[in-house]
Design a binder for this molecule. Structure first.
Ligand code: GDP
Ligand code: K
Ligand code: MG
Length: 294
């Protein structure tokens, strides 16, 4: 039998290029929330794909940005760590994009010693001649990288890239138990599902001022009962989240419940309420409590 392979595959790139979509496509589960807004992903999230003779440990990271407040600095620390412990680095760009907005990260990719796969994503919305020109552009920018055009959304070339990554993994015993899918506890996925609905339904700065905490998660045979707090920074935001006659919040609850029932494959009851936690995004103690490391 072939020797067992295992390793860390870290996905980095600008916001909104499709990193979380790819990770979910590889894992076959919606581990990472996806929206059309930047800063949807706040943490480094592991997704583990197990085969008989391999274990691929993917990590999805927040998009690379210049931090403007403590939460964002912590988000970028997650990205930095992703450069340090990768066996294979996936640098994702989307069609039409030219180099990373933060040049120091681009230098890091250039100077890294691990194999780099440059995935040119969203080719479903590109013309052939644009695609060819882009491949050439990236080959000049990063001569050491292997370039693969893909569509993470439409599953084009995704399987081929997956096979290629397995080839590149080092020989190693598994790092995690073979039945494990992620390093995150169940409550994390509850929080993220709620946050996805908020990103989808509220405007402007509201989603960025929100953090979720699931206080109760009780599973019995028939049903999982959850209670989650939606934390905002100011009173005015609380009113907006709840909405006229509570309808806006109700919609978040209904949609989150549907997704969570799919995710846990069980009936779900979820209770949501809103609390003001003044300026939590700039408060190191609060950030630590929510799993960031300022
Ligand atoms: P991330 O910020 O890099 O994690 O990007 P997401 O995975 O959250 O995706 C950002 C947006 O791009 C979402 O609206 C996705 O549906 C969309 N997207 C991702 N991959 C593709 C793709 O291959 N083609 C197209 N057309 N859209 C995509
Ligand atoms: K996004
Ligand atoms: Mg993401």
């Amino acid at each position: 039998m072939a020797k067992h392979k295992a390793g860390f595959v870290n996905i980095v790139g600008n916001p909104n290029v499709g990193k979380s979509t790819l990770m979910n496509a590889f894992v076959g589960e919606k581990l990472s929330i996806i929206t059309s807004k930047a800063q949807t992903t706040r943490h480094r999230i592991l997704g583990i794909v197990n085969g008989d003779d391999f274990q691929m440990i993917l990590s999805d990271t927040p998009g690379i940005i210049k931090p403007a407040y403590e939460l964002q600095s912590s988000m970028m620390d997650f990205v930095k760590s992703a450069f340090e412990d990768a066996d294979v680095l996936i640098y994702m760009v989307e069609i039409g994009e030219k180099a990373l907005k933060d040049e120091s990260f681009f230098e890091k990719i250039k100077n890294s010693t691990m194999p780099v796969l440059l995935l040119l994503n969203k080719i479903d919305i590109s013309e052939q001649n644009v695609l060819e020109e882009q491949v050439q552009y990236w080959q000049e920018q990063l001569p050491r990288a292997e370039i693969h055009p893909i569509s993470a959304l439409q599953n084009f070339n995704v399987k081929e890239v997956f096979e290629r990554i397995i080839e590149l993994l080092p020989e190693s015993p598994p790092y995690y138990p073979k039945e494990q899918l992620t390093d995150r506890p169940e409550r994390f996925f509850v929080n993220e599902t709620i946050r996805e609905k908020i990103l989808q339904h509220y405007k402007k700065e509201i989603p960025y001022a929100v953090e979720i905490e699931t206080e109760e998660f009780i599973e019995d045979e028939e049903i999982i009962r959850m209670r989650s707090v939606i934390m905002v920074e100011r009173d005015s935001q609380k009113g907006i989240i709840i909405g006229h006659k509570g309808n806006a919040l109700k919609r978040v609850g209904v949609e989150a419940r549907k997704d969570l029932e799919k995710f846990f494959d069980k009936q779900v009851h979820i209770e949501l309420y809103v609390k003001v936690n003044k300026n939590w995004r700039s408060n190191p103690n609060q950030l630590r409590r929510f799993g960031y490391n300022p």
